[in-house]
Design a protein around this ligand. Structure first.
Ligand SMILES: [Zn+2]
Length: 353
C-alpha cells in the first residue's frame, strides 16, 4: 500500500497504540514522496529507495553494538515531542538509568533490550541515522562519524538532531548517541516485557531474510497459490520482513527469475518448493549476506566509519543499471526498468524467466 508523506499520521495525538496500528496498516517501509514527478531513473531511485535497506540497518547495528551494549543510559535529551509518531509518554524518564543488555534487530528495527525487560525499538525511517560522539571527541569533525554505510548520504545538520542518548559505564567509555532525521519518518517506541509477539509493529512481520528460516520450504508455504508477481511477493513484509526494493531486484537477477512471474508458479502441486524456488531462497540470503559483509567491512572502527559515501552502490549487479549489459556470463540481455506496485524493477528480460 502506497501513500504520501503521512502528515495525517504525524498529526495524530491519540493514544500511541492507535497510531502504531495506522503505521502498521500503511507499511512503515514504503514512504513515498509526492513532491515532483520523477524525471529519470536516478530521481526515481532517490525518491523510492533512499529508505535504508536491511543490510544498512544491520551495519548500523554492528556499528552501535560495541558502544551501546553493556552501557547504561545516563539520560536522554528530547529536542521535540515526536518523530513520525509521538514519542512514548515519559520516554526519557523510563530510559534513564536503564542498562542496555543487547542490541538486536528485527526486520529494519533496531531493538535495544533493556535491563528491566523493556525493549527500545528504533526505526530509521527514510533519512534517519545514529551518530556516535565519544566524550573526548566533541570536535566538529566528530559530527561525520555515523556508523554504517548508507546508499544515500545522511544528514549531519544539527537542527535535525532530535533524540540524544547519553551513555555511561559502557565498554568504550562514556558516549553520546544522536538520532538525526531531517524528514522525521523515523520512529522510536518502548515495548513492554514479552510484548513483541503481540505488538502492532511486529506481530504481522514475516520471516527474516538473513538466516535459515528463509528456505525453499518456507517460501513454498508462503507462495503456494499466489498469483502475485514474485517482485510483489518478495516485498510483502507479512511474508518476508525487511526485504526492500533494491535487494529484491538483485536476488531475482541472481536466481534468473522474472520479477513478473507468478509467485505460486514456483510451488509444485503438492505444495513443495521447485528447484528454482530453492535457488531463489539461496539467492535472497546470499544477496543480503553479501551486502551486510560489504557494509561490515567499513566498520573496523566506528571512528573511521563515515556514512557519507554510497559504499554499497558499486556492488549492484542489476539495480540502477537500466540500458547496461547483463552481467550474467554468456547473456546478451540489456537491463530493463519497469514499474511494479509503484516501484522500479530492474531486470534482464533475456535470462530472467
Ligand atoms: Zn541476462
Amino acid at each position: 500500500m502506497r501513500h504520501g508523506r503521512p502528515a495525517v499520521v504525524a498529526r495524530l495525538r491519540r493514544d500511541t497504540y492507535t497510531n502504531l496500528r495506522q503505521v502498521e496498516a500503511s507499511h512503515v517501509d514504503c514512504p513515498r514522496d509526492p513532491a515532483g514527478f520523477p524525471r529519470s531513473a536516478s530521481d526515481v531511485m532517490a525518491n523510492e529507495d533512499s529508505v535504508p535497506e536491511l543490510p544498512e540497518v544491520e551495519t548500523v547495528r554492528r556499528g552501535l553494538q560495541p558502544v551501546m551494549e553493556g552501557a547504561t543510559i545516563a539520560d536522554v535529551t528530547l529536542r521535540r515531542p515526536d518523530l513520525r509518531l509521538p514519542l512514548p509518554e515519559r520516554f526519557a524518564e523510563r530510559l534513564a538509568g536503564r542498562g542496555i543488555d543487547h542490541l538486536g534487530r528485527r526486520a529494519k528495527y533496531l531493538l535495544a533490550e533493556l535491563d528491566d525487560g523493556t525493549t527500545l525499538a528504533i526505526h530509521l525511517g527514510m533519512s534517519g541515522s545514529m551518530r556516535i560522539e565519544a566524550a573526548d571527541d566533541a570536535t566538529a569533525d566528530a559530527r561525520a562519524r555515523v556508523p554504517g554505510a548508507f546508499l544515500f548520504p545522511r544528514s549531519t545538520t544539527l537542527t535535525h538532531d532530535h533524540v540524544v542518548f547519553h551513555l555511561k559505564d559502557g565498554p568504550s567509555g562514556p558516549a553520546t548517541i544522536v538520532f538525526n532525521d531531517p524528514r522525521r519518518f523515523g520512529l522510536m517506541t518502548l515495548i513492554e516485557p514479552g510484548g513483541m509477539e503481540t505488538h502492532p509493529l511486529f506481530r504481522h512481520l514475516g520471516i527474516e531474510p538473513t538466516g535459515n528460516a528463509l528456505s525453499g520450504e518456507a517460501l513454498a508455504r508462503l507462495f503456494a497459490g499466489k498469483a502475485a508477481p514474485l517482485k510483489a511477493a518478495l516485498l510483502d513484509q507479512r511474508l518476508i520482513a525487511g526485504l526492500g526494493n533494491i535487494y529484491v531486484c538483485e536476488a531475482l537477477w541472481r536466481a534468473r527469475l522474472s520479477p513478473r512471474r507468478a509467485a505460486g508458479s514456483l510451488v509444485t502441486r503438492d505444495g513443495k518448493a521447485t528447484k528454482r524456488l530453492e535457488a531463489l531462497a539461496l539467492s535472497v540470503r546470499e544477496t543480503i549476506a553479501d551486502a551486510i559483509a560489504a557494509g561490515g567491512s567499513t566498520l573496523k572502527d566506528y571512528r573511521q566509519a563515515d556514512g557519507s559515501l554510497g559504499y554499497f552502490q558499486h556492488s549492484f549487479a542489476v539495480y540502477g543499471r537500466e540500458g547496461e549489459a547483463c552481467r550474467h556470463e554468456n547473456c546478451r540481455g540489456i537491463i530493463s526498468r519497469i514499474v511494479q506496485s509503484g516501484r522500479s524493477t530492474f531486470f534482464c528480460p533475456i535470462c530472467q524467466r
